[in-house]
Design a protein around this ligand. Structure first.
Ligand code: UDX
Length: 440
């Protein structure tokens, strides 16, 4: 079994490290954040990802998963190094901030004294892999015996364990002199299950990731544009999505209209791609992504306007209950969350906003101290002038509208995710508004 290191212990890195250990590999996971590593050593996962906690616990106990903040430990103990650090949007432009990737490569390279394989998993602008390969050869003592493979990661938060253990494809980007046998061994279990393996050059592997995320983002904005058309024509966007989704060339997934996409990937990836395309002289061809981004962001202002209209034209002093803060259910990730963007805008317009979320409230209190928070659904609804359903946790679909009606001041709800059952809510006396389909 190969000895692996995983650099970066976020949603991607920690999940990869724990899952690789569960496949039988020895894994040393590195992070520069000492407090996080200390927490991880005790077996505590610092974020919510279904199914991850027991694997981390089990693999620490097996001795296959260890944690460190020492680059020397990483270089001494592993021969295959997975780079799983973040590439968030730059604070100064739409491009990706590559400082964490650069930092990781520059710290690791001088310590690679024996033949090693570095595997890039972070989402990067096309062209990055070749430049990292050059740095590794130039700056590692092992020189040309230090190889790089680009192996993009496609995991979805909320399904990260499943997607890592049973990926729908494995993509390996290589330069002409690098073989993929070591990684075939690392991924022997999913490959034996029949997972398709695609071996390509570096730029293709880098582009697979951004192309996939751009497609998904565009698909969501496509249906959201139709949601607006449905609103002005009286059509129903969910029925429309069902009907076109039966066409197997289109497919029904990622056609759920609502307040649109957020999170740590889709928004920043479509912006980074536009920035990179402009650098490479093909900006015009990617204008559609600007439109996709614009449609997506306009969903948020649309909900603010709908709430304002429902409250008679002013948000000032209104008591607003927000159901959901995470960018999607089964995650506590609030990065670029549409729900919190809407909550923040309502607050700026003078409303008193209280937010509930089953998992993300600790982050909300930290990052959005101006918003109120409530630990239970009943508390968030208490005395509300209007309710906004913004992240489709299962718990919210199970709310009994009849029972909670007595808690609110006005039985008015906007379903920003188009999943609450019209008949149940309307027959309980609620005025319910959807985005792109007739409400009550
Ligand atoms: C995404 C990609 O799916 C994954 O392959 C990649 O590795 C990382 O980026 P993730 O960010 O976890 O994964 O979330 P995803 O499930 O793609 O959802 C993104 C956003 O789109 C969420 O805010 C979700 O609510 C929204 N969405 C999704 C819709 O608004 N409508 C849909 O039909 C689907």
């Amino acid at each position: 079994m190969a000895k692996l290191s995983v650099i970066g212990t976020g949603y991607l890195g920690l999940t990869h490290a724990a899952c690789m250990a569960s496949l039988g590999h020895d894994v040393i996971a590195f992070d520069i954040d000492e407090a996080k590593i200390e927490t991880l050593k005790t077996g505590k996962v610092p974020f919510h990802e279904p199914g991850l906690d027991p694997i981390v616990e089990q693999e620490i106990a097996s001795g296959r998963l260890t944690f460190t903040t020492s680059w020397e430990d990483v270089a001494a103990q592993a021969d295959v190094h997975f780079i799983c650090v973040g590439t968030p949007q730059s604070a100064y432009s739409e491009a990706a901030d590559m400082s964490q990737v650069r930092g990781a490569v520059q710290s690791l390279a001088p310590l690679l004294t024996r033949p090693s394989l570095v595997v890039g998993k972070s989402t990067v602008p096309v062209g990055t892999a070749q430049s990292i390969a050059d740095i590794l050869v130039a700056e590692s003592p092992a020189g040309a015996d230090t190889h790089l493979v680009w192996n993009p990661e496609f995991l979805r938060e909320g399904f990260a364990v499943e997607d890592t253990l049973h990926p729908d494809r494995i993509v390996l980007g290589v330069s002409h002199d690098v073989d993929v046998d070591t990684l075939k061994d690392v991924y022997a279990t999913p490959l034996a299950e029949g997972t398709p393996l695609i071996v390509s050059d570096y730029p293709t592997a880098e582009l697979v990731k951004v192309a996939a995320n751009s497609f998904l983002a565009t698909k969501i904005s496509f249906i959201n544009a139709f949601a607006d058309l449905c609103d002005v024509t009286g059509a129903n966007v969910t029925t429309l999505a069902d009907a076109i989704g039966f066409d197997t060339r289109i497919g029904r997934r990622f056609l759920n209209a609502g307040i649109g996409f957020g999170g740590g990937c889709l928004p920043k990836d479509i912006r980074a791609l536009q920035a990179r395309a402009a650098e490479l002289g093909v900006a015009d061809q990617f204008e559609f992504l600007r439109a996709a981004d614009h449609i997506n962001l306009s969903r948020r202002s649309k909900v603010v306007e709908l709430a304002k209209a429902a409250l008679g034209g002013s948000l000032d002093g209104a008591k607003i209950a927000v159901l959901g803060a995470a960018f999607k259910p089964d995650s506590d990730d609030i990065r670029d969350s549409p729900a919190l963007s809407i909550a923040g805008a309502l607050h700026e317009n003078g409303a008193h906003v209280t937010v509930h979320d089953p998992e993300a409230l600790h982050s909300v209190r930290l990052r959005y101290p101006h918003l109120g928070t409530a630990d239970t659904v009943n508390d968030v609804l208490a005395d509300a002038d209007i309710v906004l359903h913004l992240t489709e946790w299962k718990e919210y679909r199970e709310i009994d509208p009849q029972a909670v009606k007595a808690l609110v001041k006005n039985a008015i709800i906007i379903d920003g995710r188009n999943v609450l059952d019209l008949e149940t809510w309307a027959s309980a006396g609620w005025a319910i508004t959807y985005l792109g389909k007739p409400g009550s």
